[in-house]
Design a protein around this ligand. Structure first.
Ligand SMILES: [Zn+2]
Length: 188
């Protein structure tokens, strides 16, 4: 139930945003932002697109935990979902999806969107862990991220022909795609 309006407003049509009354001539964006809140929100809402004048949503608090753990992660967001990419061109790259309820750890991969052609960077689910289970882990979020990085590192192998390091999605018959075609007659 929204709180009762003061008498002055009782005959004005208002809509409610949480417990905040939005008067007809105002939008939520007309409310002044508390400067401290603005500063707190800046890392997770740099363009002020999802503004809340009074604080942070649950998912936004969680997103700040991720940024604290992986400061160089590349962040993109909608209102309720954050995606972070970290070192996806390295052997320990990760993609993380963050909501209020859980963090989803994803491992980078390449999809072939046109049979054996059309490589498209993508990711696959590794673990989805509710936040309360993250907290119950011995090393918390840092430990979970490290476990995800370990899982990604395990997907890499050394090609016996070119000696290059390749992720499993770019390998076939124990070699990299190029060497499998050249030396092992693998046809893609
Ligand atoms: Zn090779």
């Amino acid at each position: 139930m929204p709180p009762l309006l003061p008498p002055l407003f009782s005959d004005i049509r208002v809509r409610w945003s949480g417990s905040r009354a939005i008067l007809p001539e105002m939008t939520e964006n007309d409310y002044p932002m508390n400067e401290l809140v603005r500063e707190e929100r800046r890392p997770i809402d740099p363009d002020d697109r999802y503004r809340v004048p009074d604080g942070l949503r649950d998912a936004e608090h969680r997103a700040k935990e991720i940024l604290a753990a992986i400061p160089d992660a590349k962040m993109e967001r909608t209102r309720d979902v954050f995606q972070f990419e970290s070192r996806c061109d390295a052997e320990d790259g990760l993609v993380l999806l963050v909501t209020a309820e859980a963090v989803e750890i994803r491992l980078p991969t390449t999809e072939w969107v046109c049979g054996a052609y059309g490589p498209a960077p993508s990711s696959r689910l590794w673990r989805r862990v509710p936040w309360e289970k993250v907290a119950a882990r011995k090393r918390g979020l840092a430990g979970l991220i490290e476990a995800g990085r370990r899982a990604r590192r395990k997907q890499f192998f050394t090609c016996p022909f070119c000696k290059g390091r390749w992720p499993s999605e770019l390998g076939a018959a124990g070699a990299c795609h190029g060497c499998a075609t050249e030396h092992l007659d693998v046809v893609f």
